[in-house]
Ligand binder design. Structure first.
Ligand code: MG
Length: 307
């Protein structure tokens, strides 16, 4: 990607593919005349979008080892290089940017003065594989996944030796303690809480499904999960939940939207798909009113309006 002073590179009508029986419900999620705006291009595997201001989006060029930034005034540019192959991002309760770093095999945070610090890089003496994505709960704990992509894919990290006996979901508390929250999973990746934090959704990119865990004991433990949705086409990578509890997941054809779970023993109802021209990696709500969706998809950063 080259820095550009053109804020929006292309704008096309949003392509919506409602699931049978859900057409009005799905199309009502987007304003009439909504467009898909291409904001940046030229990446190999864009990932980890986050809103660092009402109109400022940061995201990862994982393979290019750069953290990129887009604003309406400046277009796209480089924020941090090398980024140590940062992948997922989130914003913590104090407005600081938190990143999952493949290269440092750590969870890292940008302080208000701009300095980056490692918050955690090991559990019980063993180095993490390559933290992939993360979310912060209302108590300030950072939940993150630790698959092996940053080690197994030489272009997405600095390599190294695997020390963990599996890929788990961890919780990093504000006091710095790290707890393994799940047994190993094949490919734990994106994660998001329901609005009341009673459910944690976890995308597994190897299996191609999204699991739902009931959150117990004030966020300190998880019940054994149920399969919330199997994505077709998959695989899911990043997932987000909107304020009404719908689950938005990346996939090969764009962004799939699922209704809030009616009951834990029933399969999720897919409302429809927003078509994106490239395989989609991750997404983040933000912008004025929090209704703009930033989407990273292979070589491009996209933006679309929701209702
Ligand atoms: Mg990911």
């Amino acid at each position: 990607m080259e820095p550009t002073s053109t804020p929006v590179l292309a704008s096309t009508p949003l392509e919506l593919d409602p699931a049978p029986g859900h057409e009005p419900e799905f199309t009502a999620l987007f304003p009439e005349g909504a467009t898909l705006d291409l904001l940046a291009t030229g990446g190999t595997w864009f990932e980890g979008p986050a809103w660092t201001g009402e109109n400022e989006i940061v995201w990862s060029d994982v393979v290019g080892n750069r953290l990129l930034v887009w604003t309406p005034e400046q277009g796209a540019g480089i924020l941090l290089e090398p980024s140590h192959h940062q992948n997922g991002h989130t914003i913590d309760r104090e407005g600081r940017l938190v990143a999952a770093s493949h290269g440092e095999r750590a969870v890292v945070r940008r302080e208000h003065d701009g300095a980056w610090h490692v918050l955690a890089d090991r559990h019980e003496g063993r180095r993490f594989n390559s933290p992939n994505d993360l979310v912060v709960d209302s108590r300030g704990a950072i939940w993150f996944t630790d698959p092996r992509y940053g080690i197994d894919k030489p272009e997405e990290g600095y390599g190294g030796t695997v020390e963990m006996d599996g890929a788990r979901l961890y919780r990093l508390d504000p006091d710095g303690s790290v707890t393994a929250m799940t047994p190993p999973h094949p490919g734990p990746n994106g994660l998001a809480f329901s609005p009341d934090e009673s459910v944690l959704y976890l995308a597994d990119s190897e299996v191609g499904h999204i699991l739902a865990f009931e959150v117990l004991d004030g966020g300190t433990s998880l019940r054994a999960p149920v399969t919330f949705a199997v994505l077709d086409p998959g695989p899911p990578d990043g997932v987000r939940v909107d304020p009404e509890g719908r689950v938005w997941s990346s996939c090969a054809s764009g962004v799939q939207v699922f209704a809030p779970p009616a009951a834990s023993d029933r399969p999720a109802e897919r409302l429809g798909t927003v078509r994106i021209p490239e395989r989609t990696a991750n997404l983040a709500f933000g912008g004025p009113g929090g209704t703009t969706l930033a989407v990273t998809a292979t070589s491009g950063l996209y933006r679309l309006q929701t209702s």
